[in-house]
Structure formats: C-alpha cells, structure tokens
Design a protein around this ligand. Structure first.
Ligand SMILES: [Zn+2]
Length: 274
C-alpha cells in the first residue's frame, strides 16, 4: 500500500492542476470502493464543486471542496492522475472515478484490483476521521518526546506500533522496517522497552527517511506510480525491505526475515538491531 511518501508525492503532483478548478461532471465505474456514501450521493455532491485545497492525511489524498472533502485511499494498485488528454484504454478499463474539470482536464482515479477506498466527508465526518488518526511524523510539532510517549503506551512490537495508524500517521511496512534498521532497534522489541535515547534516534531516522523518500518521489517495488504516472526511485535506497539473506550494509551479517511480528515478513539485522 502506498505510504506517506508515495501519497505525498501524488498529492504534490496533482495539486497544481486541481486547486481552484470546478468539477463539472463525475462518473463512477465501481461502487465497491465507496465507504459511507452512495453512488448518487457522491456524484451529485461532486458536481459543481470548486476544489479549494489538495493535501495528504496519513496514507490518504484529500481533495477539499467548497462543501465536503473527497478522501481517496489509493490502495496497493491505485493511482491518481490529472489528464489533459483522453484516458488510454488501460486507464479506462481500470477507472474507478472520473471527474471532468472546468478546464476540460480529467481527474482520474484508477485501481486495477480496487483495494482503494473513497470517502465523501462533511465537516463532522472529517473531524471524526482525522481525530482517529495519530500525529503526522513530519509535522513540526511531532517531537522526539511525542514519539517516546507513543511507544511508552504499548507493549506490542515497536514495528507494529509505528504502523498503527491510530498511533502514528502514514508509516507502513516499508518505512517502519527502514527506520528501525537506521535506528538500530530490533523490530520485535516491545515498544514500551525502547529507551528515550533510542526513541530519539528513531524519531530522527524516521523523519530523515520519510523526507528522503518524498525527495525520491516514493518507492516503486510493484504498482505504485506518482501523480504524473512515473515510478518513484526510493527503492534503490532501501537497506532492509525485501532483502532477507543479503548482507547487512553495515556489518555484513546476513539479514534475517521473520513472520513473528505481523502477517508480513519483517527483515532486520540481528547484529545491528537490538
Ligand atoms: Zn548489521
């Protein structure tokens, strides 16, 4: 699933073409992505709306209009584009939502396997949605002490806590593994046992890695594309993700893969990460 850097990249790419535009018409090809809104409610709601702001919250792109907010979670195979041409055959085949703008461009959300979701939230719905998500790790107000406090609240594996959207926004399987490697912390260590200096190091490394991944326009290991349809390039800078058995870049020990933390494989160096 696209994480914070990927969704941030998409949002930055589509923002200039969307901000200030009016949506003249919208078409929905599949209902199964809708959450708490009907097809008719969404399409009637979108028609005539002006886009005020485009931003990211956690792993979701948010298109704020003069009435409600359209929240798009792209999912593993989803992408968001603004086209100044007709969609290709493939784009049409997998289109979920198409919205025609008043300058004749087309906002396209397409999703091959439709793991993505769409929400259409009023002010109250937005408040409920956003307040259920933890702080943004790149916000200026997110301090080392704030991360330490989050870790102190849980006995679960530190990797799980980093990925828990209610605790912290936007971090998933890729960046949790990379940040824990950079900070020298065993991903299975109970969060509450991460000492204050280690939590500070994790805070610094997590922010550094997320910022570097945004600068590289995200990580493309399979389906993810930017808001202009290109792959990202942070996959060339990953040091542990999907590298089980390869030598650790720091000490040369073969990296270990474990399924003991969550349903997915977690790769770490048992020598460097304690
Ligand atoms: Zn190592």
């Amino acid at each position: 699933m696209p994480e914070l850097p990927e969704v941030e990249t998409i949002v930055r790419d589509i923002r200039p073409a969307l901000t200030g535009r009016r949506i003249v018409s919208a078409r929905l090809e599949h209902d199964d992505v809708l959450r708490d809104v009907s097809r008719r409610g969404l399409l009637a709601g979108l028609r005539g709306r002006r886009v005020k702001r485009v931003f990211r919250r956690a792993k979701h792109a948010v298109i704020e209009t003069d009435t409600r907010r359209l929240v798009i979670q792209p999912g593993m195979t989803g992408s968001l584009l603004v086209l100044d041409r007709a969609p290709t055959r493939r784009e049409r085949d997998y289109a979920v939502l198409l919205a025609r703008l008043d300058d004749d461009r087309l906002l396209l959300f397409h999703d091959v396997r439709r793991f993505g979701t769409l929400l259409w939230l009023d002010a109250r719905g937005w408040e409920a949605y956003s307040s259920a998500i933890g702080p943004e790790p790149l916000d200026a107000g997110f301090t080392p002490a704030a991360l330490f406090a989050i870790l102190q609240r849980s006995r679960a594996a530190v990797k799980k806590v980093l990925m828990d959207q209610g605790a912290l926004a936007g971090v998933g399987n890729i960046y949790a593994q990379e940040a824990l490697f950079a900070a020298g912390i065993d991903p299975s260590k109970p969060a509450e046992q991460v000492a204050r200096p280690a939590a500070s190091k994790l805070h610094r490394q997590l922010r550094r890695i997320l910022a570097a991944a945004i600068a590289s326009e995200g990580t493309t290991v399979r389906d993810y594309r930017t808001g202009t349809g290109k792959p990202g390039s942070f996959q060339f800078e990953l040091l542990v993700y999907e590298r089980e058995g390869e030598p650790c870049v720091r000490c040369g020990t073969a990296l270990t893969g474990t399924h003991a933390i969550d349903a997915r494989i977690t790769v770490f160096c048992h020598h460097c990460q304690r």
